[in-house]
Ligand binder design. Sequence first.
Ligand code: AMP
Ligand code: ZN
Length: 465
Amino acid sequence: MKLYNSLTKNVEEFVPNEPGKVAMYTCGPTVYHFAHIGNLRSYICEDILEKILRYSGYDVKRVMNITDVGHLASDADTGEDKMLKGAKREHKSVMEIAKYYTDAFFSDCAKLNIKMPDVVEPATNCIPEFINMIEGLLEKGYAYKAGENVYFDTSKLKNYYVFGNQNEDELKVGVRDDVTEDTNKRNKNDFVLWFTKSKFEDQALKWESPWGVGYPGWHIECSCIGMKHLGERMDIHCGGVDNMFPHHTNEIAQSESFMGHKWCNYWFHVHHLNDESGKMSKSKGEFLTVSLLEEKGYDPVVYRMFALQSHYRKPLTFSYETLDQTVTTYKKLRNRISAVQAEGAVDDNAVREWHDKFAEAVGNDCNTAMGLTLLYDVLKSELNGNTKLKVIEDYDRVLSLNLLKKEEEGTVDEELRAYVEAKIAERADAKKARDFAKADAIRDELLSKGIVIKDTREGVVWSKE
Ligand code: AMP
Ligand code: ZN
């Protein structure tokens, strides 16, 4: 397996710390609002990475945090707390907001066939862990108290700018209009570990700490939650490119200062989904969510396919026009698969061969477009029907595009449904009029189109052969 590593800026052979096992961490959502489909591009690509690793035989443990405290409007520790902002907007409590949007996030993930991580941990569960790490950083001289807050002292590190070579635009991503300079900071890039005093007197969630009642900064949560569930060394840490700086840079600074050794070997960053006017936003323009796509009649899995057609290290532009093209491609693909006749004995050697080809293709830095190309190669191949279906089932463990799902379970073709239901009603009328010849003719007509109907106590049910 080859993976681009943002630490070294090279595609490298992936070698985990422990043979056969992968400790993987994903920065989870800030649950103050719905995720937009840009956020979900990141989660789709991270899901694909996890599934490729599993497909290649690794035993993966994946951990994700839920940011329900500490993330301010600007990633640089200023502005209002995002959670508080969400609570005010909706006249609810912060915990109600957190619960509502956490559920909404996982419901979106389920619709996109994104697997649930093995461990999901909200930041508010881990206050003792945060306090422990901050105490350690103070003891070791990497942190200082100022203005009743605790800060990380970036001047203590030789190599703070691990991800500092990002271009200017990407560095600016987290910054919003309401940024004001924090005069407590000794160095420009120092960041808050613990707030006891912020300009928001109405901060909803606060905890006792050795430094007074307060709440944690944003970055500390990922270091502590990662360490809590994966130990002191992790293999892969994921997030969107906007997380590189300051979030991931700060995570590395505090984790490695606290532990005294290297923390994570591979950093995986997904590039942004943009709309035609530029960066995707929750507040400006159309707020593109999975629910909005559904309201407009799109199957969420089509958006997954849209994401898989491009490489995760390239920015992607969303438009309804390109999504419509993907709808057509997806429909054609599914039609070709449903036309495969289930015949012949499964050729296990061939299944293994095609499995290895796929592992190599997608294992080359998550080349999902190559994976899709191979899928078409399988359809074009000389394999018998049952072998093809087996290989497609195998590929769909990674692609997760419902490739073999029966229509009535997944994307029901509305035209077909309307036609069948009209025929069933016509047949019921014929039976009522005791015109059994007509009723049988309707059944045969449906059968000739591959539609089987059954009379049950609950009424007539139908399925596609
Ligand atoms: P947040 O909920 O703001 O903490 O973001 C959740 C995840 O989405 C993070 O990994 C971000 O880096 C990522 N992200 C934010 N905006 C985009 C975007 N437009 N395209 C892709 N990923 C994004
Ligand atoms: Zn994080």
